[in-house]
Each structure stands twice: as structure tokens, then as C-alpha cells.
Design a protein. Structure first.
Length: 405
């Protein structure tokens, strides 16, 4: 049945439209601004704002987490280490009760390198389901090894290639083995020869410079070890990379819990006890960090024209990975971006059109004819008051309204 969402304020992923009616049918947006066709199911959205479904551009996820994310209006998660490669997610692609997902598979890192200090060797994210496809663990210490793993990662269904550039200094494990410049450069070049997007885990200025020198396409963390400089911001901007700052993760690394978010009944009412406890905890591995420096760096990058994407690094409901929760933390990240100097509409674009564009998911991230009907309807106006994104009224994933699948 066709559904017509009427009398809405419509943010299309980039701007607020003059149109107030969006019609969806068969999982697709069929018109924007036209009169509702006769016989349509009418959703009167007076007093509400219709947004594209949100992205979380940095997660480690499971089916349980994907379901939680969808309850907060996050319709696509981008996994940066995990098992949800193409052959392992066919059941998720068809399940409109959970968020959709794309995955790097496992990142290229040396034996004993990050994130092995956090997890046992047999750690396999994926919500308990046994993978049906091969999971490649691309441990590399030489340029030849890194380049050699690229075809295997492509063949086994990675959607993009991730490089871990981390000496452990921010995680409280200084001295971890890490990729060297030549290895990152060779791996990135080989990935590009295969037409693959490349991203890098970079929490320090040194790692950031190495990734940019290697030709990386995106940084899925922001450096936290130093304040930004004009020279560094100019370097990042000139490279054309996108940045997923994960401010909520950086705050957690500094010992700042998610208590303020968890105290919001719009959040706590959607979390079980395990996720509530996790959100109220923190990583607390880099207490010397300064959140104000991070926010100023985010503002400077935005001012320089760098594409910023909303991401959280949410993973599992475990207190030592705390301060984060799937779905909920996306809304806190939006608030951090506004605090850093982005306008509410710029922040919303960082959670919708920008990640869709930068990750090549051109079927979503916008409210436009022919796009997927991944939609979030919220009461109020988040284009002026960003915290209104938490006033969830309805969520649609491929045109299926959450709760009616």
C-alpha cells in the first residue's frame, strides 16, 4: 500500500524543502511534493520533521545492535571491524526490523596490533550467528603482505578496506606493533587498483599524517593526542579525505560517561539494562585528553570544507566499551557536532547525505524520488534544535514502518 506522509517539514539530506508531502510505495520514495494519491495511507506529520534515515558511519555491530539502532532511526550502520561482509548479511538485507549494514570485514593490522589488546584472538562479532562466508584476518607486517590480502578481502565480500594505524598510546597500551608507512602505502595502492574505498583508524596526529601520505580516502577517527594546527587542517582539507570524528568515542576515552544521554527518558526508555549500564560507563583510557581540543578540531575541519560524517564506534554492551550505545549515541554525536560549530542542518547532512555519498550508497541518504524509503519522522524541528532528533515518531526501513513489519 502507498503511504503519504503529509504536512511535514521535509529535510532532504541537505536542506529543508518547500514540499510537505512525501509518498512511498514498494520500499521506494515515489514522489516529493505531489498530492497524496487516492487510497494512500495517510500519516499526518503536522508539527513534525521528516528526515532521511540516519547513518552511523563507525560501528562494530550485531543483529541485536542493528535492531537497537533502527529504534533510534538509524537505518544504515557502517561496520569498521566485524563479520557482516556480503555473504554473511543476506538475511539482514531482507529484514526490515533491523538497520542495514555494510562492512570492512577485518582491518589490516600487524599480529598483536590493535585491536588485539582489547579482545581475545577468537573474538568474532556478529551477534552469535556463525558466518557463512570466509572471514579474513589480514595480519600484515610488510608491504607485500598488505597488498596480498587485498584481493582476498575483496573476494570474501568486504565493502571497503580498513587499515589500523595505532601504536596503542591512546588506548593505554603503548608499544603495540603498528603498520609502517610503506605497508600502508602499498595496501592503499592495491586497494585502489581494485576500485575499493580505503579508510584508516587514526587516533594520533602521526597516524593521521601517515594515512594521508598513503592516499587514504577516509579517516574513521579524529586525532586526540594534540590540538589541531592550521597546517594540519590544511593538509587534511587538501587531501580530500572525509573524517568520522567519533566525538562520543573520544569523550569516552577521556573518562566522560554517557550519563547525560542515559538520563534522557527518550533514550533510557529504549535501552535494556545491559545497554544502560554500558552507556553510563566509559573507556577511560586517555584521561589526559581534552574534549574542548577535539571540538575545536572538528570546527576547524568543518570550516576548511572537510566532509564530516557521523559515527560513534559503538560495539557491544560491555562496560569496558562504555559511554556508547547503538542508535542513541548517533544523536549525541549530532549534538557534539553542533557544539563544535556546525549548523543543525550541516550536522544532519553528516548523518544522511554525506555518508551515503562518500561510501557510494547512492540509493539512500536523501529524500528524493527513486531513493530507498529509509525515513525518520520526529516531532519538532531538528533543523533548528538538534536534540529534537530524539523525538522519534515513526521509522521506516525500505518503506516498512517499524513495529508493523
Amino acid at each position: 500500500m502507498r503511504t503519504a506522509i503529509t504536512n511535514a517539514r521535509v529535510f532532504d539530506g541537505e536542506r529543508v524543502l518547500d514540499a510537505d508531502t512525501v509518498v512511498i510505495d514498494g520500499g521506494v520514495i515515489i514522489s516529493v511534493g505531489a498530492v497524496a494519491p487516492p487510497g494512500s495511507e495517510i500519516v499526518d506529520a503536522r508539527g513534525s520533521t521528516l528526515l532521511p534515515g540516519l547513518f552511523d558511519a563507525h560501528v562494530h555491530t550485531s543483529e541485536e545492535a542493528l535492531a537497537l539502532a533502527l529504534r533510534f532511526g538509524v537505518t544504515t550502520e557502517l561496520e569498521m571491524q566485524g563479520a557482516h561482509t556480503k555473504p554473511n548479511r543476506t538475511h539482514i538485507t531482507a529484514d526490515d526490523g533491523v538497520a542495514d549494514v555494510r562492512s570492512a570485514g577485518f582491518g589490516i593490522t600487524p599480529p598483536g596490533g590493535h585491536p588485539s589488546e582489547l579482545f581475545p584472538e577468537d573474538f568474532r562479532p556478529g551477534g552469535g550467528r556463525r558466518p557463512v562466508g570466509e572471514i579474513v584476518q589480514p595480519f600484515s607486517t610488510t608491504p607485500e603482505q598488505a597488498a596480498g590480502f587485498i584481493p582476498r578481502l575483496v573476494e570474501t565480500g568486504s565493502d571497503y578496506i580498513k587499515f589500523m594505524i595505532d601504536d596503542g598510546s591512546v588506548e593505554g597500551h603503548p608499544g603495540l606493533p603498528t603498520l609502517d608507512r610503506a605497508t600502508v602505502t602499498a595496501g592503499v595502492a592495491e586497494a585502489h587498483r581494485h576500485g575499493m574505498l580505503t579508510v584508516a583508524h587514526t587516533l594520533t596526529v602521526e597516524a593521521t599524517r601517515m594515512a594521508i601520505d598513503a592516499g587514504i580516502d577516509g579517516l574513521v577517527h579524529l586525532f586526540v593526542d594534540q590540538p589541531h594546527t592550521d597546517e594540519l587542517v590544511d593538509l587534511i582539507a587538501a587531501s580530500g579525505v572525509f573524517v568520522v570524528p567519533c566525538v562520543v568515542l573520544n569523550a569516552s576515552m577521556m573518562g566522560i560517561t554517557g550519563d547525560a544521554l542515559a538520563d534522557d527518558v527518550r533514550v533510557s526508555s529504549r535501552l535494556d539494562a545491559a545497554w544502560n549500564e554500558t552507556l553510563r560507563s566509559s573507556f577511560n583510557r586517555y584521561p589526559q585528553g581534552k574534549l574542548d581540543d577535539v571540538l575545536r578540531s572538528v570546527g576547524a575541519l568543518h570550516h576548511a570544507g572537510v566532509d564530516l560524517l557521523v559515527g560513534t564506534d559503538a560495539s557491544m554492551p560491555l562496560p569496558f566499551l562504555g559511554g556508547l550505545a547503538h542508535g542513541a549515541s548517533v544523536h549525541q554525536e549530532l549534538q557534539h557536532l553542533v557544539q563544535a560549530g556546525l549548523s543543525p542542518t550541516d550536522a544532519l547532512a553528516a548523518a544522511t547525505s554525506a555518508p551515503a555519498r562518500r561510501f557510494g550508497l547512492h540509493d539512500r541518504g536523501r529524500i528524493a524520488e527513486g531513493k530507498r524509503a529509509d525515513l525518520l519522522l520526529v516531532d519538532g524541528d531538528p533543523t533548528t534544535t538538534i536534540s529534537d532528533t530524539l523525538n522519534t515518531r515513526e521509522v521506516w526501513r525500505r518503506g516498512t514502518r517499524l513495529g508493523t513489519a
